[in-house]
Design a protein. Structure first.
Ligand SMILES: [Zn+2]
Length: 130
């Protein structure tokens, strides 16, 4: 999960809800996602486990039936499946931009080209002596 991008877009990394704040931007404030109820800076305090935490929360939220968490009334345009689709879309888009994609294929191609170049050098040198 590219959390930087998700946070920049002010989306909840658990449920994809459009937040009205950037998670982790103001750590002194109490920040809950009104949709799934995750408490940024508390439930996800451990940075190394953040991705796993969000996925676990998402599974639980989905398992609980995609319910609105906050006591405030849910927005008229509340659409959990759209939120999840938006998160998926964003993740897929980011995976496409990932510079590590096709890394092994590019390495194999470079090695192949290198071997071919060496073989041509050998043939060229041999053509003078034999
Ligand atoms: Zn949420």
């Amino acid at each position: 999960m590219n959390l930087t991008r998700i946070f920049t877009e002010q989306l909840c990394p658990v449920c994809g809800y459009q937040l009205k704040f950037t998670p982790w931007a103001e750590q002194d404030k109490e920040r809950h996602c009104p949709c799934c109820g995750i408490h940024f800076g508390d439930d996800d305090a451990e940075e190394s486990k953040r991705d796993a935490t969000y996925l676990k929360w998402r599974e639980r939220w989905i398992g609980d039936g995609l319910r609105w968490w906050s006591k405030d009334p849910e927005p008229a345009d509340f659409n959990p499946s759209f939120q999840l689709a938006r998160l998926d879309f964003l993740s897929a888009e980011l995976a496409d931009q990932c510079p590590m994609k096709y890394r092994k294929l590019r390495i194999a191609w470079s090695v192949g080209c290198g071997i071919t170049a060496v073989m041509f050098c050998v043939l060229w040198v041999r053509s003078y002596w034999w």
